[in-house]
Unconditional design. Structure first.
Length: 179
């Protein structure tokens, strides 16, 4: 199941209401396709909502209730993005919806670009790949050269940890994107 903007907004609203019912203020940082969809309107759907959130146990519990209430997959809220977080990451609330009991943030455009490059997924059975999700923030930042993109990745992750596949993928799509 692919989630639309409307479904994500409805789910986040329900999450906020669930937090309000318990008198708790929550926080959620949106990553990946959800950030691309909500902040940049750069895609129409996403497979799930990649996020980190506080308080974790309560948000997970309420997210389960939201899934049942709205007919969403049980794993609509996914914390798998934790493996891509950088200690140098920076976050903003710009271009995101606001909810009474749920503060919503996302990575800056530069950090989101770096994360998408590190993932460097090619299109496959269950993914559209990261090509567009790399080109869009690069264009937003006015970047058209692979070396500039890779310098941004290196600002968040040690150069020696940037996989060779990422370097090839970025060079390939930046050449295609400017061609």
């Amino acid at each position: 199941m692919k989630l639309t903007r409307a479904q994500i907004l409805e789910a986040l609203g329900a999450l906020s209401r669930g937090l309000a019912a318990r008198g708790i203020q929550g926080e959620i940082c949106l990553f990946g396709g959800t950030a691309m969809l909500l902040a940049f309107d750069a895609r129409e759907t996403t497979r799930d909502v990649d996020a980190v959130f506080e308080p974790p146990q309560l948000v997970r519990e309420i997210a389960g209730n939201v899934a049942r209430e709205l007919g969403l997959p049980a794993d609509w809220l996914n914390v798998g993005v934790k493996g891509f977080l950088s200690p140098k990451g920076d976050f903003i609330a710009e271009n995101l919806p606001e909810f009474p009991k749920l503060r919503v943030t996302r990575p800056t455009t530069r950090y989101l670009l770096a994360m998408k490059c590190l993932a460097s997924r090619v299109p496959g059975y269950d993914t559209d790949g990261d090509r567009t999700d790399i080109l869009h923030p690069a264009n937003e930042l006015g970047i058209d050269a692979a070396d500039q993109v890779l310098d941004i990745v290196a600002a968040y992750y040690p150069r020696e940890r940037i996989p060779v596949k990422t370097q090839f993928f970025v060079r390939e799509i930046m050449e295609e994107g400017s061609g």
